[in-house]
Structure formats: C-alpha cells, structure tokens
Ligand binder design. Structure first.
Ligand code: TXA
Ligand code: MG
Length: 321
C-alpha cells in the first residue's frame, strides 16, 4: 500500500466494523481487534487457533487510557509507564469490569501496553478504541517480524495486513505484573530487566516454564519452529551428528560455524539489539531449509540477551530446572 494514511484509515474502519487487522509494532506484528467487541476478539482466537484460556494484551495510544481499564495503578507501575511508554513494556494490573472476559480469559487482571511504532499508534487513534492483540502467528509458532511472515501464515484469514516493514526490536514486550506486593517479571522482552530494576529496584522473576495460572500463555513450548532447536549441545558429540543435515544459529561472526551448511548470523559484530531484531526471521529462514536440526549458540544473558535466551529455550523445548 503506497499511502500509509489511507491504509491506516482503511484498517481503522475494519476494526470499527468488528474486523481483525494485522499491524506492525516495534516488537512484533500484532493481530488486533476492538478490545470492547467480544465477537471480534473471538475471531482472533479462532484464526490463531489459540486456546481461550490464554489472555490478550490491550494496546492503547495514550498512557491516560489505562485509567479507564484498571482499578488502580500502583506507583511502581506508574514509574515504569512514565519511563518506558511508548515502548516494549506491558503491565499487568487488576482490571475494570468493563473489559470483556474473552480478552482476559476470565482473569480479574489485564495486560496493557502502549506501543511506540507510529503505525500502531495511528491505528489505535484512528480506530478510537483500545486494540486487543496477540502476536500475529498461529498459536505456538514464532512471532512475525515482517508483514510477509504474517501473509505466509495467516494471509487469507485476516481482513487486512498493514505493512510497516521489519519490526525494529524483534522480540515481544517485557511483561511485569503488579498483583502482589513486589512487581514480578512474567516475560523478559524488549525492555531489559536491568533497565526496569534501575527504575523501581529489585523485582521478582518468574522462572521460565513455571506454569502459572495467571499466565498460561507463557508455556515452555512457545515460539517453536518445526525444526528441532538444540541449545546447550556438547561440542564433543558433534561427530555423532555428521550424517545429519544441520543448521547453525550463530550470535556473531566467528569460526565456530565453519562446516555447517546453513548458517544464520544474528549480528556480525555481536550487537545484542541487532541480534534480537534478526532472531525470529533467522529462525524462520532456517526452518524452511528442511534441516534435521538447528544448533543455536548461547548468548550472554544481559540486556536483551535475557529475552533472546528465553525465546531460544522455549523454542528448544528445554525447561531448565
Ligand atoms: O510485544 C508484544 O507484547 C506483542 C505485540 C503484538 O504487542 N504481543 C504479544 O502478545 O506478544 P501475545 O499474546 O503473543 O503474548 C502476550 C502474553 C501471553 O503469554 C499472555 O499469557 C500474557 O501476555 N498475558 C496476557 N494477559 C495477561 C494477564 N492478565 N496476566 C498474565 N499474563 C497475561
Ligand atoms: Mg505470541
């Protein structure tokens, strides 16, 4: 679509009429509907084949909009909102009664974020309603970071796809809940734990794979490609795998992947932001190469590295103890 404004207006009309629209955010592409239209939201679950017990994030275009959606905003939450919105941070708070149960999977809580992508913000404003949106991928698969990723997997099933180019952050938002005395990190993401703790002090961290009734979507098997990913492999065993057709997901340029047929380098210089932005597209490319196996390199777990390792662990189905 040549003219962004026209495309956004058209998308907003679709949302207002109860349709579903795939749209870019700074993290990944979302699949959105009017958060106050339960039938429209139900279509998102159908199209994604997402279980109804897995709640959605509500996207707003103004920090003040949160006030109408939640009971109260604890001061710690306010501090994070002021510092990181618009941006890749989602807060979980006790919800106001007016939010349809289908959005929150019947929970008394709601997840909310204000994206920073200009197209996402324009879409929400033009639609004149908050937009409930999960990532625009079939349930359990990698999140899309380009409009083509969405087209390939959900193409005909959605009413409109807004193309805003590749998502600059590349991993989903960081989710922090404010339901207990201490804030809790539910999902590492585009805002690093270090940045959050520098604002509000130490927070609790939910271990990966912990099955929390409040966040059933954080299942360990999320973000799985079709090809098995192996993360903490033992170099000594590589000889045993000689017969296999193996791909290699490297963090940076090095000698370690010489000899592998299909290699994806996330960031030549080893820049973690660049690596995050390339992560899902790189795994998707390897996933189309009919490999027996993808070996993935571990990445230092600082900053965005924590979110990257979280996604790789889930993709490799390994839940550390
Ligand atoms: O960056 C993102 O957050 C992207 C873009 C599109 O905004 N969205 C995204 O949505 O990743 P989704 O649905 O793929 O992941 C949202 C996660 C799910 O794991 C869900 O379980 C959790 O948020 N969630 C939603 N509401 C919740 C709640 N009330 N309490 C705890 N977890 C919640
Ligand atoms: Mg998702």
């Amino acid at each position: 679509m040549k003219n962004n404004n026209d495309a956004i207006q058209q998308a907003a009309t679709v949302i207002q009429r109860g349709g579903i629209v795939a749209f870019p955010t700074e993290t990944v592409y979302g699949l959105g509907a009017n958060a106050f239209n339960p039938l429209a939201v139900a279509r998102i679950f159908e199209v994604k084949r997402r279980p109804y017990f897995d709640p959605l994030i509500i996207h707003v275009a103004n920090p003040d909009d949160v006030k109408h959606l939640v009971k109260e905003i604890p001061s710690n939450a306010n501090t994070l909102i002021e510092r990181f919105w618009p941006g890749p941070l989602t807060v979980v708070l006790f919800k106001e009664e007016n939010i349809p149960d289908i959005v929150t999977a019947g929970l008394p809580t709601v997840a909310i974020r204000m994206p920073s992508h200009s197209m996402a913000l324009s879409l929400i404003k033009a639609s004149e309603c908050p937009i409930a949106a999960p990532s625009a991928n079939p349930f359990g698969y990698l999140s899309p970071t380009t409009a083509d990723h969405v087209r390939e997997q959900l193409g005909d099933l959605v009413d409109l796809i807004l193309d805003g180019g590749p998502c600059p952050v590349g991993v989903e938002s960081t989710i922090v809940s404010f339901l207990e005395e201490k804030p809790r990190l539910l999902r590492p993401g585009g805002v690093s734990l270090e940045e959050i703790e520098s604002s509000i002090g130490k927070i609790e961290i939910s271990p990966i794979g912990e099955h929390q009734p409040s966040a059933p979507g954080m299942l360990p098997k999320h973000y799985a490609p079709r090809t098995p990913i192996v993360l903490d492999w033992d170099k000594k065993n590589l000889n045993l795998l000689k017969e296999k057709n193996i791909g290699y997901l490297a963090f940076q340029e090095s000698m370690s992947y010489l000899g592998f047929r299909s290699v994806e380098v996330l960031s030549k210089e080893g820049d973690i932001r660049e690596a995050a932005a390339n992560l899902f597209a790189a795994i998707r490319r390897l996933d189309t190469m009919k490999l027996d196996l993808i070996l993935a390199e571990s990445i230092p777990e600082v900053g965005l590295g924590r979110a990257i390792m979280d996604r790789l662990r889930r993709a490799s189905h390994v839940v550390p103890q």
